[in-house]
Design a binder for this molecule. Structure first.
Ligand SMILES: Nc1nc2c(ncn2[C@@H]2O[C@H](COP(=O)(O)OP(=O)(O)O)[C@@H](O)[C@H]2O)c(=O)[nH]1
Ligand SMILES: [Mg+2]
Length: 231
């Protein structure tokens, strides 16, 4: 097989995924369900952040929420979400390093027609492959924790380029990580992605969580206004 045919096959896979993602996104929008894709490396604090974010949202809205927990193996995170009283579905990718639309549709169907105002996808812990696959969500965010170092923006630029918001997590570690250059991170990230929202948070202390919750509510209201629905 020559190189050009390999590239055509790859493009066909991405195109099909993108088309399915667009249909899925529109269908959820019509139902009033706002979907957020949460990406980041393993241990960046995705599950902990999500629990703190849902608590901050609950202080502002009583709309139903749900979580799709993607993992290579194990239901550890899905059980943590269930323990917090939030409906969750485990999406076990059986070793695949990203989530694509076929998986997303099956996971969503597993909720059995339940209605949500906010539905979260905790994507596979990986700063590379998930950037390429549209998961049919309305916004995508990436988490970068302080202990990982600010320079990941130089090493994994595609991820920083595709997201709507960069969420710096574990900022309670800032006093211990003196070499974490927040200004350099913001500067490099905005060169890659000029419209990027940036939040600095700690799920441990609660810092920044209200700002993220307010931003999500604003994003959902924007989505609803496109359908002519009122919140
Ligand atoms: N100090 C601190 N630790 C955190 C914070 N958020 C998460 N962690 C810890 O980081 C580790 C990984 O968190 P987890 O949410 O499982 O990360 P995930 O793999 O990205 O889902 C756990 O030990 C958490 O308790 C935070 O804001 N501050
Ligand atoms: Mg997790």
């Amino acid at each position: 097989m020559d190189d050009s045919r390999i590239i055509e096959v790859k493009r066909d896979i991405f195109d099909r995924n993108d088309r399915t993602a667009d249909r899925f996104r529109r269908a959820r929008r019509e139902e009033g369900a706002f979907l957020l894709d949460i990406m980041g490396s393993p241990g960046a604090g995705k599950t902990t952040f999500l629990l703190a974010l849902m608590a901050a949202l609950k202080r502002r809205t009583d709309g139903p929420m749900g979580v799709i927990e993607a993992d290579l193996e194990s239901d550890v995170d899905a059980l943590k979400i269930k323990a917090a009283g939030i409906p969750s579905v485990e999406l076990n990718t059986k070793g695949v390093c990203h989530v694509e639309m076929g998986m997303m549709q099956k996971a969503f169907a597993a909720f059995g027609g339940r209605k949500f105002d906010y539905l979260f996808l905790e994507n596979i812990g990986n700063l590379v492959c998930p950037a390429d696959f549209d998961t049919g969500c309305h916004r995508r965010v990436m988490l970068l924790s302080v202990p990982e170092g600010w320079d990941k923006v130089c090493k994994y630029p595609p991820m920083f380029a595709v997201v709507d918001a960069l969420i710096v997590t574990k900022c309670d570690y800032l006093p211990l990580n003196e070499d974490f250059d927040m200004d350099a991170l913001k500067e490099h990230a905005r060169i890659l992605n000029p419209g990027l929202e940036i939040f600095v948070t700690s799920a441990r202390t609660g810092e920044g969580m209200d700002a993220v919750a307010e931003w999500l509510i604003k994003c959902r209201n924007q989505m609803l206004s496109q359908t002519g629905r009122e919140n």
